[in-house]
Design a protein around this ligand. Structure first.
Ligand SMILES: *Cc1c(COP(=O)(O)O)cnc(C)c1O
Length: 391
C-alpha cells in the first residue's frame, strides 16, 4: 500500500509549506522588469498588436531557442494551429498525435479540419514512442505513388505527427525523425511545456521544421496568455506572420487581405511581460532544477513512488514534477489536496473525450498506464525555499 503520510511529509519538507498555506501546481513569478515594461506600454499607448516589445520578444526568443525566426501569437493553441496549416495539413488528412497530451494538441488538429489519429507513448520519455510508432505505421499505413503516406484502413493521407514534450521532457527526436522521414510525414513540435529543455544540447522546438510554445499563466514563463511559433525556414516564418496578422497586405496608406487570415498576433503589452520573463528564465530554470533534485531525494526512499526524472541525454526544465505511484492514486490526490498541496493526475486520454472517441487510434497501453499512475506536484519557482526567502 502506498504510504500517504510519507508523501505528505516529503512534500511539506521540500516546500517548507507554512501552516494553512496553499501551494499551487505552478504559479507565475514577477520579480523582474514586468511592471516597468508593461507600464511603459500603457504610458506610451503602445498596448496592442504592434510595438517594440513584440519585435524584441520575438528576437530574444529565437536567440534563446536557437532558431532563425520566432512569431509571437495569442496562445500556444493558435501557434499549433498555424504550425499545422504550414505543414501542408488539410481537412481531408489525418494527423498523428499522442493520446497522452493536453487537449490543445488535438484541438489544433481539429481546427484545420483534419482528424487526430492517436498513438502510444514511451514509459521512459512520456512522449510518443518511436518504436511503437514505426511498427504501427508498418502495419496500418502505406506509401502511395504520389509519395505520401496513407492510412490503409481509412484511405486518408497521414500528413503530420504532432510530437509533444510532456511535462518538459523531450521526446526521442532523432528516432522519431527517422520514422516520419521514412513515411514522408511532417513533424510539428508541441513544445508548449518545454521552454528551457534540451536533448543532446539542442533546445526544444529546434529539432524540426516548425514548433509551438505557450506562455499561459501556468507555464515556465508567462505573458498572461501567449504563444510562439519558431522555425528556421524563412518562407514558413513569413507565412506564419502573414496568416497571424489577418493576411494583411499593405501598400502605402492602402491595405487589403489576400486570404482568410487569423487575428492571432500577440499584443505589445503581453510581449512586454514576455521580455521581462525571458530575462528571468535562466534563474527560474536553476531554481526549478534545485526543486526537482530535492523532490527526487525526498521521494527516493518511499516505496511504490517513483519521481519522474529527465530522460537520458536530456536536460529538462522540470515544468511540472511528476510522481509515478504504483497504487492508491486517489488516496494520494485526496490527502494532498486536503492538505492545501495541489496535486493533479495527468490529463484524460484524448480518445476517451466525447469529441475524439471515434478517431482512429493505435493500441495505447503505455498511455493508459502513465495516465493511471502519474500525478503532478507543486512545481513553480515559488515552491523552492530559496525563492521563498527572497519573496
Ligand atoms: C499549455 C499547452 C498547450 C496550449 O497552450 P495555450 O497557450 O494554453 O493555448 C498546448 N499543448 C500543450 C501540451 C500544453 O501543455
Amino acid at each position: 500500500m502506498v504510504d500517504v503520510s510519507a508523501i505528505l511529509n516529503a512534500l511539506k519538507d521540500v516546500s517548507g509549506q507554512a501552516e494553512n498555506e496553499f501551494l499551487a501546481l505552478h504559479e507565475p513569478c514577477f520579480k523582474g522588469n514586468e511592471w516597468k515594461y508593461t507600464k511603459d506600454c500603457i504610458d506610451t499607448g503602445w498596448v496592442s498588436s504592434v510595438g517594440a516589445y513584440v519585435d524584441r520578444f520575438e528576437k530574444d526568443f529565437a536567440d534563446y531557442v536557437g532558431t532563425k525566426h520566432a512569431i509571437a501569437v495569442v496562445n500556444g493553441t493558435s501557434a499549433l494551429h498555424i504550425s499545422l496549416l504550414l505543414s501542408r495539413v488539410n481537412a481531408k488528412d489525418e494527423v498523428l498525435c499522442p493520446a497522452l497530451t493536453f487537449v490543445a494538441s488535438a484541438n489544433a488538429i481539429s481546427y484545420t479540419g483534419a482528424t487526430p489519429h492517436f498513438v502510444d507513448s514511451s514509459t521512459q520519455t512520456l512522449a510518443v514512442c518511436p518504436k511503437k510508432l514505426e511498427s504501427y505505421l508498418e502495419e496500418i499505413a502505406e506509401l502511395r505513388n504520389d509519395g505520401y503516406c496513407y492510412n490503409k484502413q481509412t484511405g486518408k493521407r497521414i500528413a503530420a505527427l504532432v510530437v509533444v514534450h510532456i511535462l518538459g521532457h523531450i521526446a526521442e527526436m532523432n528516432a522519431l525523425k527517422h520514422v516520419v522521414d521514412r513515411f514522408n510525414i511532417r513533424l510539428v513540435e508541441d513544445a508548449a511545456e518545454a521552454l528551457g529543455s534540451y536533448r543532446d544540447g539542442i533546445h526544444a522546438g529546434a529539432f524540426g521544421n516548425i514548433a509551438a510554445f505557450s506562455f499561459n499563466g501556468n507555464k515556465t514563463i508567462t505573458t498572461g496568455g501567449g504563444g510562439m511559433i519558431v522555425t528556421d525556414n524563412a518562407e514558413m516564418a513569413a507565412k506564419a506572420k502573414h496568416l497571424t496578422t489577418t493576411a494583411r497586405v499593405s501598400n502605402g496608406y492602402y491595405f487589403s487581405h489576400d486570404q482568410v487570415g487569423y487575428n492571432y498576433r500577440m499584443p505589445n503589452i503581453n510581449a512586454a511581460l514576455g521580455c521581462a520573463q525571458l530575462e528571468k528564465l535562466d534563474e527560474f530554470l536553476a531554481i526549478k532544477r534545485k526543486l526537482a533534485v530535492a523532490y527526487e531525494e525526498a521521494f527516493r526512499h518511499i516505496e511504490t513512488v517513483n519521481f519522474i526524472k529527465e530522460p537520458k541525454n536530456c536536460k529538462s526544465n522540470y515544468w511540472l514534477n511528476g510522481l509515478y505511484i504504483e497504487g492508491g492514486l486517489d488516496k494520494v490526490l485526496k490527502a494532498t489536496n486536503e492538505a492545501n498541496l495541489m496535486t493533479r493526475p495527468l490529463w484524460d486520454l484524448m480518445h476517451t473525450l466525447p469529441m475524439y472517441k471515434s478517431c482512429p487510434r493505435a493500441e495505447l497501453t503505455n498511455a493508459e498506464k502513465l495516465s493511471n499512475h502519474i500525478i503532478n506536484i507543486p512545481s513553480g519557482v515559488n515552491i523552492h525555499p530559496e525563492a521563498r526567502r527572497h519573496a
